[in-house]
Design a protein around this ligand. Sequence first.
Ligand code: HEM
Length: 524
Amino acid sequence: MYVPLLGEVSLWLLVLVGLLTAFYLYTTSFVGVLKAYGIPGPKPWPVINHMPEMRKHGLSKMLDEWRSLYGDTYGFYGLFPRCATIVTHDARLLEHVMVKDFSNFVDRAGRRTTLSVVSKGLFSLSGDYWRRSRHVMSPMFTVGRLKQMLYHVNTSAALLLELFKKHKAEGKLIPLKVTAGRYTSDVIARVGFSIDSKALTEENSEFSKNINNFIRIPATRLQSYVRSIAEFFPPIMDIGLKLFTEQVDAILPETNRYFLNLIKDSIDRKLHERSRPDYKKSSHVDMLDMLLDAEVDDQTGKHLKAEDRKITRNEVIGNSAILILAAYETTSTALTSILYLLARHPDIQDKLIEEVDQVMQGQTEPRYEDLSKLVYMTQVIYESLRMFPPSPDVSRKALETKTYDGFTIPKGAVIFIPIYKIVKDPRYFPDPYKFDPERFSPERKLEIDPITFLPFGFGRRQCVAKRLALIELKVVLCLLLSNMKFVQTERTEPKKGEETEYLRIDGFFVPKKAIELDVVFREK
Ligand code: HEM
């Protein structure tokens, strides 16, 4: 029989103790920073921090509970790997973080979840990498560019109207999210890449199928547990992502390949056109044209500075992918919520229809100058976004330890901004659960503290495409409401008189059950 020598045993024991100590330090070295700076919050569990509560009750419920116990600003651990999270509802602190001292909070917090090129896109970039891409992408949404995009938005909206009419003719209800998603994908394919996605003309177009399946949702509770534990240990996640990309990556690899090929084909097509001797630069450029115009020859991008309006090929592709992804989910959820709220509030819908008729004057589609006349529609859109902000939260990471009005935010801490809770805070929006577009009327909107209306985020890192999103919503509402009204009946989901619940799921704020409405054609 083999009897291990005492020296061997103690060596293994030493290794084990060393590993355990390293593991303990890795998982706890950052814990204590909140207490050190006097930031209130719940006491963390060793190693696993506040993960058990969040897994058991859900983040949303815990945020409510901790807020009631610790007030406007508090901290906890375990939402992002190896750092403290500070949640705040305090408008003045938000102003410091999102606006006044933006340079200390340029980056978002994130977990490593994907190897997809999407992580090279604006949303995930940090520091100077972000600044370069933002410099390139902001000019995509100037008035001149938006005017050019309007033609395409009108085309997609007209196709959506036809689709709704077809559903009605076939006696079907309108599945809001699916159809709104077909519209928003069609728009981004046209304005971004000059492609007809066929999302609105074919029942199950490749584009729609893939965009619907962009994000992997864990199929079982166990998978979801394993995933959150792995995300908490970035080195383990890195290994998992490299070895088991197909099973682990948060962006479904098949879908990733589809969009990667689509973007690469579009780039090749454009570069080929540009290389032709008879090529003339058109004034009708799409988003990909603008990204390619900013491309550098040296693909490492190492020599590039923050103020350079230049990006690498990888960043061209990453930014293209994030445009598709970001444009699809948020705007389709917004349109879903607006139509649902209009159906629930027929008086508001009637008032909006009156304005649409006045502005449209019998036109089949709105002109650019008509859009700014839709004052009440803007109120309805803003109030719907307040009721159900499609992105429920945003974050910022502190680069340095700094004190703001006596409150210290330590270096490395994440400021977690729960948009969906702040817009329901009665101090900022009285009677917050009431759908009341009058809050945003020209007379009353001055009562709103701008930093508390956060559906598009705020400050220099707010949604880059906010103006395009508003145009998409306004155009489609003009076309739809010129022709039909949205109604709840005994067949719809939810039924007449009933409400639907919204939940924060996988980083989005969405209806718990898919909403399906009926439409009634308007008499002309
Ligand atoms: C109603 C529709 C939309 C909503 C509610 C929305 C909301 C948001 C929010 C909350 C953020 C984070 C802002 C922050 O951290 O302060 C964001 C960022 C972003 N959005 Fe949107 N968005 C919408 C439509 C769009 C569309 C149509 C596109 C693309 C065409 C888009 C592209 C982006 C990008 C690229 C970012 C990252 C910006 C950056 O990090 O600099 N969004 N959006």
